[in-house]
Design a protein around this ligand. Structure first.
Ligand SMILES: [Zn+2]
Length: 312
């Protein structure tokens, strides 16, 4: 389909048509991308290198001025490189190993131009502790094939597959110092190290990895440490709670830190034949009373073979 025939089907504002008219470049990294429901036409005209026109599958058009594209010298430096100390890998989600209590000062994060990642606002699972693990993101109900959008301009750090966790997932580093993660995807539309813009469709929603029912697992991280997305984003309004900046603080940004540390030090055992509460207490240097409290049971509770008990 040529650009012209595509455009004829659209009722574009005149300004958009004028901006689209001088398209010539085929060098742009975003120009050639084609996804099932989104076609990026081109960066428009040499005089406007930061204008991008996107035609969505539902025949709506999106055209955006991207000041960051014009002002940022991408060179070989990844976004927010000074914050991340030159670390840029395409494998581990958190290669930084910066503990929350060692984050210095109160970093100020630019929140402008935020884009919500999907059409749905239905939160199916919140950020926080589970019975024996921690959920580092917010789950949003999406259908397989739904568009998943990048939250800010940035560069793709990881395009990966984690069969027992995220499924197909994408990690993007943003200029503002945050990284966002999108999991359980059915189709990936970006490549590692590629630059992307806020609102760009980077993947399609799915049900891959540890997932029952299609949904988007959406994370926000600073230096590898997860931030509850609902601190920054009003899910029902699909908008950022902060117009210009957000200041990271230990207590305000990472209120789960103590609970998470306690969970990380927890030890779980699987009950075998012959195990008793008093026997377990003795073996793990604790008391029956503590075992009962940790597992919300009482001393007379029957423990079954195969059951998991927390002993620390
Ligand atoms: Zn999740």
């Amino acid at each position: 389909m040529s650009h012209r025939s595509l455009l004829l089907r659209l009722s574009l504002p005149l300004s958009a048509l004028l901006l689209i008219a001088p398209v010539a470049s085929s060098q742009s990294p975003v120009a050639s991308r084609l996804s099932p429901d989104t076609l990026v036409l081109d960066e428009v005209a040499e005089s406007l290198p930061s204008m991008i026109v996107v035609v969505n599958g539902n025949d709506t058009v999106m055209y955006r001025l991207l000041p960051s594209f014009a002002s940022v010298d991408w060179g070989n430096l990844p976004p927010a490189d000074s914050i991340y100390g030159g670390i840029w890998t395409n494998d581990r989600v958190n290669p930084y190993k910066v503990s929350i209590d060692s984050i210095k000062g109160n970093p100020v994060i630019a929140m402008t131009d935020y884009v919500f990642p999907c059409d749905s606002t239905y939160v199916t699972s919140k950020f926080g502790s589970r019975r024996n693990r921690f959920h580092y993101g917010t789950d949003l109900k999406v259908q397989i094939g739904d568009s998943i959008r990048c939250s800010w301009d940035g560069r793709v750090r990881i395009v990966g597959y984690d069969p027992r966790g995220y499924g197909y997932f994408v990690v993007i580093r943003h200029e503002n110092g945050l990284e966002t993660i999108y999991g359980h995807l059915s189709r990936l539309l970006v490549e590692e190290d590629e630059r992307v813009f806020g609102g760009e469709v980077i993947a399609l929603g799915g049900n891959t990895g540890r997932s029952t029912g299609s949904h988007l697992h959406y994370e926000m991280r600073y230096l590898g440490n997860a931030i509850n997305p609902e601190i920054l984003v009003n899910m029902s309004a699909r908008s950022c709670r902060y117009d210009s900046t957000y200041t990271i603080t230990q207590k305000g940004t990472f209120p789960y830190y103590a609970e998470m540390k306690e969970m990380q030090s927890a030890k779980w055992v699987t009950i075998k034949s012959g195990d008793t509460l008093s026997g377990l207490a003795k073996r793990y240097g604790t008391s029956v009373n503590t075992l009962c409290k940790l597992n919300k049971i009482n001393a007379n509770s029957i423990i079954r073979i195969g059951q998991k008990l927390r002993v620390r």
